[in-house]
Design a protein around this ligand. Structure first.
Ligand code: NAD
Length: 257
C-alpha cells in the first residue's frame, strides 16, 4: 500500500507543544505524505510549530491563527485556508478548554460562565469548524475530534469538561448525518489519559493515570502514537465507511470494571 495521505490536504487544529495530541497526529500524517495546514492559538504555539516543522524539514507550512471562541476568527481562518490549500480532505479538531477551577470539587459548583466557556471552546467550535470546512471538502473526507470517557461516566474532577465532551460526542452524530451526503465522515476518538498541558489542569491527574494503568485490560497507559494511528485510519481511505462513531483508544479501560 502506498502512502495513505499522499495528495491529501489536512487541517490540524490544536498543536500547542510537543506533548499535544494534535502534534502526535500531525507527525503520523506527515509520515503518510499529508500536506498539512495548521491553526494555532497564541504566539507561543506558533513558535513551537515553526520549530517542529523546521525539524521535520517542512518548508513554508500554512500556519493560520485561530481563536475558536470567535466566529470572525474561524471565518477568517477558513478564508485564508481556502487561498492557501483550496481543497481540504480532512480536519483534526484537537481543542478543549475549561478554567482550572472548574476541574475539581463538586460539579454542582460549576459557574454559568465556566460552563459556557467549556461548551463554547470544547464543543461548539466543532460545529462552526465543520460548517466552514464543508465547502472546502468538496471531494469528501474525514473530520475528527478528541473526546474522553468523562462524556459517558462521571469521572472525578473532570466535571464541566465531561459535560462539554458529551455535547461534543452528540454533535459528532448530528454532523455525521448532515455531512454524510457530501461524503464527509465525522467521528470522535475517546482517548485514554495522556500527560499533556491540558490534562495537567485536571486536579489529581497523576493519580488518574495510576488508576487507569492498574484497571485497564492492557495494564498500561495509551500512547499518543496509538491515538494518531486511529486518527490516520479515520482520515484516510481506510475509514471511509465509518461515521458518527466514537472510538475508544484507551487500552480497553472503558470496558473494564
Ligand atoms: P493540549 O493542551 O496540547 O491541546 C489543547 C489545545 O487547545 C491547545 O493547542 C490550545 O491552544 C487549544 N485551545 C485552547 N483554547 C483555544 C481557543 N480558544 N482557540 C483555539 N485553540 C484553543 O492538550 P491535549 O491533551 O493534546 O488536548 C487535545 C484534545 O484531546 C482536547 O480536546 C482534549 O480534551 C482531548 N483529550 C485529551 C486527553 C488527555 O488525557 N490529554 C484525553 C482525551 C481527550
Amino acid at each position: 500500500m502506498g502512502k495513505l495521505l499522499r495528495d491529501k490536504n489536512i487541517l490540524v487544529m490544536g498543536v500547542a507543544n510537543k506533548w499535544s495530541i494534535a502534534w502526535g497526529i500531525a507527525q503520523r500524517f506527515i509520515k503518510e505524505d499529508a500536506n498539512i495546514a495548521y491553526t494555532y492559538f497564541g504566539e507561543k504555539s506558533r513558535a513551537n510549530l515553526e520549530k517542529f516543522l523546521m525539524e521535520e524539514g517542512i518548508e513554508n507550512p500554512a500556519l493560520i491563527s485561530c481563536d475558536v471562541s470567535r466566529d470572525e476568527d474561524i471565518e477568517r481562518a477558513f478564508e485564508e485556508l481556502k487561498e492557501k490549500v483550496g481543497v481540504l480532505h480532512g480536519v483534526v479538531h484537537s481543542i478543549a478548554f475549561a478554567d482550572k477551577d472548574e476541574l475539581q470539587g463538586y460539579y454542582y459548583d460549576t459557574s454559568r460562565e465556566g460552563y459556557m466557556t467549556a461548551q463554547n471552546i470544547s464543543s461548539y467550535s466543532l460545529v462552526a469548524v465543520s460548517k466552514h470546512a464543508k465547502p472546502l471538502m468538496n471531494e469528501g473526507g474525514g473530520i475528527i475530534t478528541l473526546s474522553y470517557l468523562g462524556a459517558e461516566r462521571a469521572v472525578k474532577n473532570y466535571n464541566v469538561m465531561g459535560v462539554a465532551k458529551a455535547a461534543l460526542e452528540a454533535s459528532v452524530r448530528y454532523l455525521a448525518v448532515d455531512l454524510g451526503p457530501e461524503n464527509i465522515t465525522v467521528n470522535s476518538i475517546s482517548a485514554g489519559p495522556i500527560k499533556t498541558t491540558s490534562a495537567k489542569g485536571i486536579r489529581d491527574f497523576s493519580s488518574m493515570l495510576k488508576v487507569f494503568e492498574d484497571a485497564s485490560p492492557m495494564k498500561r497507559l495509551v500512547k499518543t502514537e496509538e491515538v494518531a494511528n486511529v486518527a490516520l485510519f479515520l482520515c484516510s481511505e481506510l475509514g471511509t465507511g465509518v461515521t458518527g462513531e466514537n472510538i475508544h483508544v484507551d487500552c480497553g479501560y472503558h470496558i473494564a470494571g
